[in-house]
Design a protein around this ligand. Sequence first.
Ligand code: HBI
Ligand code: FE
Length: 282
Amino acid sequence: MTQGYRDHAAEIRDDFTRDQHWEKLTQEEHAIWRFLFERQARILRDRAVPAFIDGLSGLGIAADGVPEFERLSDVLEKTTGWRIVCVPGLVPDDVFFRHLSERRFPSTSFIRTREQLDYLQEPDVFHDIYGHVPLLMNPVFADYMQAYGQAGLRADARHCLHNLARLYWYTVEFGLIATDDGLRIYGSGIASSKGESIYALEDRRPNRLGFDLRRVMRTRYRIDDFQETYFVIRSFEELFEETAQDFQPIYDEMASAGDYGPGDVLPEDRLYQPNPPGAEAA
Ligand code: HBI
Ligand code: FE
């Protein structure tokens, strides 16, 4: 049981949501948010896709402290129809997909400790709100996230989740996008991580491959270290169009096709070069 489940076990509703209890956050928790926000603001200045920066400012997500979910939801709902619901931690897949399919983003409310500033396994409120929510202000990405939820419900019913989970991992969590100014970050797992924000764009070690739906769905990933491969889209429209289809024929194809390792490179892969080193940010 992670901390989020322990704190308020009594008040978790059937859909795993509960109240945020924003007023119960301590000054130390707001101070950890401030530290993480200010550090990423410096690092992401020329590394995040502009839509991410626009989403942050459109929502008024700032350094002052952990945001109040209801206030963010009121702005978000007017823009793309999404709201944020508070959950105690990772929730069962079908619960997660149900929320996404109805334009509700499940966010944790606990924040990491000072000992976890550079890495934590489970999503905390900084990963969920700072990493995921800004792009929900972008209409095309907001549609993609709802479509992912709908696809998740279908895949869950057909026990084909592992292919779809890779799509989420290599786009929503660790996706890169090519822009006229070079590669930019849109994946939340990168955007909320100090080290990976620089590594994903500028380090020579990882592969950066042009997005291809089948290629992504066949590629295993790692959950305990920086990624060995990042997939690059050319626009959110491309991502939405590539995935606005019934995946069942692809799942059937996948069932007999083998998987690729996280670091594999194939002859047909479209390779992208890393960005030149950006402003080193402490
Ligand atoms: N629950 N709260 C939360 N956040 C997630 O990102 C999440 C989840 N449950 C399941 C899940 N992600 C993944 O297994 C699916 O995307 C496949
Ligand atoms: Fe996440």
